[in-house]
Design a protein around this ligand. Structure first.
Ligand SMILES: Cc1ncc(COP(=O)(O)O)c(C=O)c1O
Length: 378
């Protein structure tokens, strides 16, 4: 959001003949700001703003600071004594915080979080608690990161086993509940609540752009981390906050969702029904069990053909291709909801049957992957 303050408003109408400054802030040569602007891309500053910089800043920069920035000095070396942060308990770089073990299908936003934190990610096989245990044994304890319901396949995380393993190995755990908040658990409180795990999970994150149909998100954390995070997390320092009407909308949605047991039950019944019928028709959907159903045709060409076959018969899903998926694991994602009518579900099932001989789901690479594998270790 852009707010024009009175000063900026004046700047917008200030005469262009305002005095020109002499030296650009970050340039110790004698170029003027206008020449500096001519050398750089993008719009130049207004004359008023230039005058203001010259008046309020240049004397400080040149006369008092000798042309150097007072706030930016040398780059500290590795042997420097650092007394410049707010990390009072010196937990930055703590191995338990920077090491992360992460499910290989965890949502991209979680991978971005790992990258932004500078942590080392050690992926473990999707929904394979045994492999998680072996990776922890190999790499040491860290933060285990999983989705409760995986956003592309609709697979449910074996959360009790994962939490048991995390706890037994002294790991912290983060669960992204974006696709289970509102749909799972008592009053829609999510999978951790449903399984009685809330007090054993360190961090729960959730997008409120799913069942909440809003545009926000939240995370929970242990009490003792609260103030540290408020000081150190860029989004909490630099992002704008929600507006009162957005909070009011989300609060009202929360009340509606809490009281939506009947809709949750309908969604469950739809899920069971559609999944059973699609599986019977030969669609390889056994990797998931929840309201998200992935029709993973594989290549983008095959996915286009599948999309066209569905859309020309009035069925519209969401298309996922690389980089949202691995290359050649493209899919049409069908997301069920509680308001689907019996006629609509019947139409979906009828179309799925009609196009099956054409799109041949039993021949998709995802179908081959679902056939029993010979045992492997590692
Ligand atoms: C599992 C999961 N986590 C997080 C997000 C990010 O949500 P948002 O778009 O609200 O940032 C998504 C959205 O696709 C998601 O599926």
């Amino acid at each position: 959001m852009t707010v024009l303050s009175p000063i900026q408003s004046v700047a917008a109408v200030a005469p262009t003949s305002a005095p020109a400054p002499t030296t650009p802030a970050a340039d110790s040569s004698s170029h003027t700001l206008s020449r500096h602007a001519a050398r750089t891309r993008g719009p130049g500053l207004s004359a008023h703003l230039r005058a203001r910089i010259a008046r309020d800043f240049h004397a400080r920069l040149h006369d008092e600071w000798g042309g150097r920035f007072v706030t930016h000095g040398r780059t500290p070396g590795s042997d420097a004594v650092r007394l410049d942060g707010n990390d009072y308990l010196a937990v930055t770089g703590h191995p338990r915080i920077v090491q992360a073990q992460i499910d290989s299908l965890a949502h991209m936003s979680l991978w971005e979080g790992v990258r932004a934190s500078g942590a080392t990610a050690h992926p473990f096989r999707h929904n394979d608690p045994g492999h998680l245990a072996r990776m922890i044994a190999r790499h040491g304890p860290g933060l285990v990161v999983v989705d409760s319901v995986y956003s592309t396949t609709g697979a449910l995380c074996p959360l009790v086993d994962v939490v048991d393993i995390a706890q037994a190995h002294d790991c912290m755990i983060l669960v992204d509940e974006s696709h289970s908040l509102g749909t799972h658990g008592p009053q829609g409180r999510g999978l951790c609540a449903q399984l009685g795990l809330t007090d054993r999970v360190h961090f729960i994150t959730a997008s409120l752009a799913k069942a909440f149909a809003g545009r926000a998100g939240f995370f929970t954390m242990p009490d003792e981390l609260r103030y540290y995070l408020m000081c150190h997390s860029y989004p909490s320092i630099f992002s704008s906050s929600l507006l009162p009407h957005e909070v009011a909308g989300l609060a009202a949605t929360l009340e509606v969702l809490r009281a939506s047991d009947a809709a949750r039950e309908r969604l469950r019944q739809h899920t069971v029904r559609v999944r059973a019928r699609l599986a019977q028709l030969g669609y390889p959907i056994a990797q998931g069990s929840e309201q998200i159903i992935a029709l993973e045709a594989g290549t983008e060409v095959d996915t286009l053909a599948l999309r066209e076959a569905l859309e020309s018969r009035g069925i519209f899903g969401a298309i996922f291709v690389a980089p949202a998926t691995a290359r050649n694991r493209a899919m049409v994602r069908l997301t069920l909801h509680a308001a689907l009518t019996d006629a609509e579900l019947g139409h979906l099932e009828q179309v799925a049957a009609e196009i099956a001989p054409q799109v041949r789901p039993w021949a998709w690479p995802s179908a081959r992957r679902q056939r029993p594998l010979s045992t492997s270790s590692a």
